[in-house]
Ligand binder design. Structure first.
Ligand SMILES: [Zn+2]
Length: 414
């Protein structure tokens, strides 16, 4: 326990007292903490302010540096759903845990299906751990199929749904049998998707990876030998992170100093069901936790893209007064015969119930089909044409539901 406390004190002192940054001092002052907090118990630590994206956004990115700029080796802007994407400063040294686990298991050559700018740092760390990694743009999957044979890839990394798509495109069985390891990250691996993945890659061992891109750190891992294979279950990366469960949301704190941009009691936006000490058949003896989804309801990640509530409701808003200010979105994933398809149902309330409902549904569905963006380069119509999504369904309600959860976007388990 004392080592934890000492590490917590060290990161707080570092954030508060470094000459390079005023930001954490200001955040503390806003909470009535006027000098460097003295942490001698977890209760003391829990008095510290919680950092959320809005708090961080109050400070210009370089004002949040707590070190010389030379410690920064990756600058990243998150996709932030608030509209103002904050920039985060990352160190590179902490992404190696999963790479080391894979190398220990025998992995050597990896294809990473992810946007280049998001994983370039991982690639450097993979190399340091002994993995040769090539990045493939998820929007160009077709063009990268020959790479599996050409580089004798034994490992694929990416979101579960994207790896499934890629596997379904690999026609040659020998290419699929060559894949011995799958590194899943970025979205929860649902039971159906996992089952389909095992059919497509029958020899692959599955490793799960939960990383905090904002921190440049892996927060959790789960290997093929772990006795619990629930989609949200992870072992805390034993080095460099302290975690808390605050009202069901996961808070994380970096412990390693110095760091370019320390995050202390940072709200991850991920919902945690439980968190505690745990001993597992894989040898892990430490903290584990189980995530159950996002704490807010602003987006769903699926099939390698993101469905954002704000973008969907903005398209509904282009219809002026036609609809009451209520939009709910349900996302479903269907897997049949190893093929995956995603559908969304947008639920709205027409103000004038005498409007031609079939016409309204057709107009709104068409607007979403044409305009909805799923990534910087992909629109919904592209994914529908490629057969990964169905055309959006529109459900009209007679009135705004009285007893409703707040409107939002959610994944509906089948
Ligand atoms: Zn385990």
């Amino acid at each position: 326990m004392m080592t934890w406390i000492a590490a917590l004190q060290a990161i707080v002192t570092f954030a508060y007292e470094t000459a390079h940054s005023e930001w954490y001092r200001q955040v503390c002052a806003d909470h009535g903490i006027m000098e460097c907090p003295k942490i001698s118990s977890l209760e003391d630590f829990e008095m510290l302010p919680v950092l959320d994206r809005a708090t961080l956004n109050r400070f210009a990115p370089f004002k949040r540096l707590s070190s010389e700029v030379t410690l920064v080796d990756d600058i990243r802007s998150t996709s932030g759903t608030s509209g103002q994407a904050p920039l985060f400063y990352l160190r590179t040294t902490t992404y190696r845990h999963m790479a080391q686990q894979l190398v220990q298991a025998g992995a050597r050559r990896k294809i990473y299906l992810w946007g280049y700018q998001h994983v370039i740092t991982h690639v450097e760390n993979d190399r340091l751990a002994g993995l040769q990694t090539v990045i493939c743009d998820p929007q160009q999957l077709m063009h990268h199929l020959p790479l599996v044979a050409a580089m004798k890839a034994d490992t694929l990394a990416g979101t579960p749904s994207l790896l499934l798509l890629f596997g379904q495109m690999l026609d040659r069985l020998e290419d699929r049998l060559q894949i011995r390891f799958l590194e899943l990250t970025g979205e929860p691996a649902r039971a159906q998707t996992l089952q389909a993945l095992k059919q497509v890659f029958p020899l692959a061992k599955v490793f799960h990876h939960y990383a905090m891109g904002e921190m440049g750190q892996e927060t959790g891992t789960r290997g093929p030998n772990c006795e619990c294979q629930n989609s949200g279950y992870f072992h805390l990366n034993p080095t460099g992170i302290y975690v808390e469960n605050q009202d069901g949301e996961l808070l994380v704190t970096q412990l390693n100093v110095p760091t370019a941009f320390p995050l202390i009691r940072y709200k991850t936006g991920d919902r945690v069901d439980w968190l505690g000490p745990d001993r597992c058949s894989c040898g892990h003896d430490g903290i584990s936790f189980e995530l159950s989804g996002r704490a807010n309801v602003d987006f769903v990640r699926i099939a390698g893209v993101e469905l954002r509530y704000e973008e969907i409701s903005a398209i509904v808003a282009t219809f002026g007064d036609t609809f009451a200010p209520y939009t709910a979105v349900e996302v479903r994933e269907h897997i049949s015969g190893g093929k995956q398809q995603v559908s969304l149902n947008v639920i709205v309330v027409p103000r004038n119930q005498r409007d031609n409902s079939a016409y309204l549904q057709q107009q709104l569905s068409e607007a979403l089909f044409q305009k909805l963006r799923l990534s910087a380069t992909t629109r919904l119509c592209d994914m529908v044409k490629a057969g990964y999504f169905t055309r959006p369904r529109i459900t009209l309600l007679p009135e705004v539901p009285v007893a409703t959860k707040s409107p939002g976007i959610r994944f509906v388990e089948q």
